[in-house]
Design a protein around this ligand. Sequence first.
Ligand SMILES: Cc1cc2nc3c(=O)[nH]c(=O)nc-3n(C[C@H](O)[C@H](O)[C@H](O)COP(=O)(O)OP(=O)(O)OC[C@H]3O[C@@H](n4cnc5c(N)ncnc54)[C@H](O)[C@@H]3O)c2cc1C
Length: 379
Amino acid sequence: MEKLTVDVAIIGGGIVGSATALALRKSGMSVVLLDKGMCGAQASGVNAGGVRQQARDESELPMTRRAAKIWPRLHEVLGEDIEFRQVGHLRLARSEQDVQMLEDYARMAHDYGLYLQLNSGKITQEMFPWVSRKIAGSSLAVEDGHANPRLVTPAYSRAARAHGVDIREFTRVEHSAWTGSHFETSAPELMVKSKYLVNAAGAWAGKFIELFNESAPLTLRTPNLFVTEPVSYFMTKSIAVCGGAVYFRQVERGNVVLGGGPGWGDLSIERARNRADTTLGQFQRAIELVPELSGLQIIRSWSGLEGDLPDKLPIIGPSQTTPNLIHAFGLCGHGFQLGPAIGEILCEVIRDGRSETPIDAFCISRFDKVEEKKLANAR
Ligand SMILES: Cc1cc2nc3c(=O)[nH]c(=O)nc-3n(C[C@H](O)[C@H](O)[C@H](O)COP(=O)(O)OP(=O)(O)OC[C@H]3O[C@@H](n4cnc5c(N)ncnc54)[C@H](O)[C@@H]3O)c2cc1C
């Protein structure tokens, strides 16, 4: 049995764990990153690649703003092209009520430094002639865009390794315990002793909260994605719509990647796949927004395993039961954009005891409060 002693052990080599590993190592800490498979092979590698700030919950805006500042220079930090394209993210409104929603959101987001350009339906069609004439208005986030998820997290883990992080792929963590002075985390033929432990195990994180006598209403989310044949590049913006029914983007190679609605997945067998009914329904919704998509061939469809929580916000921050245990999971289908910021935030939490970016809203104990309220109401 191999024995390792490090400052920080991280369970999970998705974008959250890999970004955290790099940030911690750059702060001078010794780090081991443990993944049961390959880094970036789960949600972080199969997502839609949307790098989007608008339409987030207000509590996430400081974190998403922090991430938005990292993305444009991430290729320099990682030393690799990650196909980040700052094309802008266009959110479409289908009714006057939706237009009002966009205006209210833009006003609120402005307070956080997120500037959204509001356009009438007429201006939207003048700027983007491929958008349906039925659209009532839009808001454009010019800093947003998309990146290639197949490249980003492997690039993070390679950069972390180059800086000295001990990366152990195909190393499934089976157990972890706090001894009173340190963690002992075990995988087959490996025992890691660490001062800190980061639970970044994505959809599988529930196991590591139970081990430390915590609970959260974590469930499985399996977003449905598909991609079309390549056609001439025309759709110059990433697209979403009020009501969140469907989202899509075109890559320079010409393929259109579309998503929204549920796929299928089973955590126990670690498998996810598309649902044909969702794919066909979402494609029809996308065509209603951008008629030029009509007639394109769908060439591939898929899904992935992601942790979900009832309030659609992640759990990020210290454990409530165990010293030096930090959780970061349950990204509810929108953690790719946030990942680079979460890495820096967790590094600050471990190094300084707090982060400059507010994360109180993501505390694991918020669900205890909900349970307490439910009990009080029942009495
Ligand atoms: C289909 C789909 C589309 C999405 N689209 C977008 C999008 O467009 N934009 C956006 O911002 N977000 C999107 N997301 C969400 C985003 O991909 C996730 O929020 C983000 O990747 C979560 O990163 P993570 O590191 O927490 O999890 P993961 O990438 O799942 O990483 C967790 C890691 O933990 C490892 N692990 C688990 N258990 C163990 C164990 N016992 N031992 C060792 N390792 C373990 C796993 O192998 C895995 O590699 C999408 C998600 C999906 C599934």
